[in-house]
Design a protein around this ligand. Sequence first.
Ligand SMILES: Cc1cc2nc3c(=O)[nH]c(=O)nc-3n(C[C@H](O)[C@H](O)[C@H](O)COP(=O)(O)OP(=O)(O)OC[C@H]3O[C@@H](n4cnc5c(N)ncnc54)[C@H](O)[C@@H]3O)c2cc1C
Length: 280
Amino acid sequence: MRLGAARFVAGETLDECVPVLRTLNDAGLRANTTLLGEAIPDAAGAAATVREYEAILDRIAQEELRANIALKLTHLGLSFDKETAYANLERIVAHADRLGQFVRIDMEQSSFVESTFEIYQCLRAAGHENVGVVLQAYLHRSPADLERLLPLTPNLRVVKGAYLEAPAIAYPEKHDVDNAYVRLVERALSGGAYVAVATHDERIIRHVQAFAEREEIGRERFELQMLYGVRPALQRRVAAAGYTVLVATPFGPDWYPYLMRRLAERPANLFFFLRNILRR
Ligand SMILES: Cc1cc2nc3c(=O)[nH]c(=O)nc-3n(C[C@H](O)[C@H](O)[C@H](O)COP(=O)(O)OP(=O)(O)OC[C@H]3O[C@@H](n4cnc5c(N)ncnc54)[C@H](O)[C@@H]3O)c2cc1C
């Protein structure tokens, strides 16, 4: 943490995370939180994750925070058994529903994409409305996935994509990903979805705002989402302009893979990280 993870991670415990969520709320920002962890190898570990998320949801309600949760299905067992992951997620979603809260299913490596959408579709078929999923713009399959989801009037977060994928599966070039991103958001908004536009790309944010205005799509149909520690001034500026902004604010002792993805996204972060190491 002291080496630099604290810039992107709101502590190792829920007690450390709660004041961070409150500070964000006080600044006019919504939040979601995630107990960091992925690729849990056994049922006991996945069951422990469920208990932790139930406690997080209870605490958010108790503290009256404007926050929800986002979780990874491999943290609930998807790496070894899809049925286990489904049952665990359904328990969390039902618990959240009782508290009037929402659950976002993060999207992981391409090998988990199909089973993640299947689990989402099963949950919706079982009548759960307080759940949303993620589309990764870098994947060639995402436009088809969007068409498959639109009949459900889904709550979709659109991201560029954070994992290293082969060119057969994902666009390797940034400008192709950026173009695909804009096309997905426009189609999702026109197709009736609620869209969480999750990016720090100012050009894309301005483009989406102008598109919504031109197409007379109300601000209640979409929100902007950014990561804790990334472009905080932009987060506040967009919120001050009257848009809903949610800051994804993870916590937990297993922060290493998350931090590595943030460092990989931006070489400057690596210098920030190294500077902290040298200062010690
Ligand atoms: C709320 C949220 C949820 C996400 N959920 C998922 C998910 O479920 N699955 C998934 O695969 N990916 C997820 N991501 C990550 C996403 O896929 C991208 O890797 C990440 O957002 C960086 O892309 P960008 O859209 O910000 O655009 P980029 O073009 O990468 O960046 C635009 C600008 O933003 C700034 N910036 C971007 N990243 C950083 C950084 N790490 N540190 C400092 N500045 C930065 C820089 O100024 C950069 O020039 C999520 C991102 C957000 C914001």
